[in-house]
Design a protein around this ligand. Structure first.
Ligand code: BTN
Length: 254
């Protein structure tokens, strides 16, 4: 559609009514040689995947898509793709006048409530990235009451925030436009600029936080920044600095 202003992201778009997970479809396409920039979009997902092996509820009205990438940088840079995608989502949502913020590493919030999540899956061959799929879920035209099992005070949607439904094609085009810009910045090694913008959008940095790590250990301290590989840096109560590669971060009062 004519809102799309990209050179290669979204040049090929595959639309589905229902799939298990657009990330899985994108991986299949990537395995079969699909070019960088192909986008898989589905109206619903019957087995949408969230981070940390959680389910991701994906009813009609939401935006569920995955982009196929073939980055030529090293696998250690893969986490930066998630951060850059977060910037693209936040920029896109901000165009609608909402104060979108990024919660490290892969959530986008409006007024503290989650509106979007990112699931990046990388397939490395030897020491290089063969392909990466970046899955983005945005609760666009959804009624948050559709998620009764989740605390409705922690989930929102664009429709809920704006009071009316948005044009989804325009939202997707806006996002792909922003995504191509940040992804080109990554390719051109503009890490400093991206990290600077990421920090300015971050909900996490500067706060006292609790970090739940995958292997069960919980840490508390000030989130002071992210390093150039995308790891979160926490200053523990004893002054020690700790690098966090994955985990769930909750803002707390000290
Ligand atoms: C999270 O916040 O836990 C990540 C959610 C990622 C959801 C998106 S929706 C499109 C793509 N397909 C999936 O199965 N998951 C991602």
């Amino acid at each position: 559609n004519n809102y799309l202003k990209t050179y290669y992201i979204g040049k090929e778009i595959y639309l589905f009514k229902e799939v298990l997970s657009t990330n899985n479809v994108a991986k299949f396409f990537a395995e079969h040689g699909t070019d960088e920039g192909a986008v898989i979009i589905s109206e619903t997902q019957s087995k949408g995947k969230g981070s940390r092996r959680r389910k991701w509820k994906s009813p009609k009205g939401g935006t569920w898509l995955t982009i196929v990438l073939r980055p030529e940088f090293s696998p250690s840079k893969a986490p930066l793709i998630t951060l850059a995608t977060g910037i693209a989502v936040a920029r896109t949502l901000r165009k609608y006048g909402v104060d979108a913020q990024i919660k490290w590493p892969n959530d986008i919030l409006i007024a503290g409530k989650k509106v979007s999540g990112i699931l990046t899956e990388a397939n490395a061959k030897f020491a290089t990235l063969d392909y990466v799929v970046v899955g983005v879920g945005i609760d666009s035209n959804i009624d948050p009451n559709e998620f009764p099992e989740l605390n409705k005070y922690e989930i929102t949607s664009l429709k809920e925030e704006l009071g009316s439904a948005i044009n989804e094609n325009k939202l997707i085009a806006n996002f792909l436009n922003e995504f191509e810009l940040v992804y080109n910045d990554l390719k051109n090694k503009k890490f400093k600029d991206l990290l600077f913008e990421w920090r300015s959008l971050a909900h996490t940095i500067g706060n006292y936080v609790e970090v739940h790590q995958p292997l069960g250990k919980t840490l508390k301290g000030y989130a002071i920044g992210i390093n150039k590989k995308g790891a979160l840096i926490i200053e523990l109560n004893n002054g020690e600095l700790k690098k966090i590669l994955s985990g769930e971060v909750i803002n707390r009062d000290k």
